[in-house]
Design a protein around this ligand. Structure first.
Ligand code: ZN
Length: 158
């Protein structure tokens, strides 16, 4: 592999077969167990330097995460064996992952159009719950589900 597949900086010189073999190194069943798949592009260092000033600081990010964890501690205070969104089991989704109607509709559409496994559905619900918590939103909104679905970029599309 040349390392430039998907890059806008340089042309990839690999054959389709090489690319397929490389991407296939992570098997479907393994990928299925990973909650978030994100493709990361090589960074243009000058663009990054000018962008950095306007983006969120590490301290602000930390504060947001601490707040989201607090929301979760409160939510699961009474729950047995669960202390964060990652541990929500299938039987608890209805209780802890309440979605707005538009979010629910998108969730169902996403399941039908691209997602096959029950595990992947669980990842989306938990990640959407977490995105909503980071925003301080009690209910999961459509945009939270949309973002969570976006993190399933490597799922097979039926
Ligand atoms: Zn290449």
């Amino acid at each position: 592999m040349c390392g430039y597949h998907g890059s806008s900086l340089k042309q990839c010189r690999c054959s389709p077969l090489q690319i397929e073999n490389y991407l296939g190194k992570i098997s479907g069943p393994l990928l299925d167990r990973i909650a978030i798949h994100v493709s990361v592009r090589p960074v243009d260092i000058d663009a990054w330097k000018s962008h950095r000033a306007s983006s969120m600081t590490g301290a602000a990010m930390r504060e947001m995460v601490v707040r989201a964890r607090k929301i979760q501690s409160r939510r699961f205070a009474e729950a047995n064996g669960v202390d964060c969104n990652a541990r929500i089991t299938a039987g608890m989704f209805a209780t802890y992952c309440a979605m707005e109607p538009a979010a629910e509709a998108l969730f169902v559409r996403a399941q039908k159009s691209l997602l096959v496994s029950a595990r992947a559905r669980g990842h989306i619900a938990r990640v959407a719950r977490t995105i909503a918590d980071l925003e301080g939103s009690e209910r999961i909104a459509e945009r939270h589900v949309a973002e969570a679905v976006g993190y399933r970029g490597r799922d097979s599309r039926a």
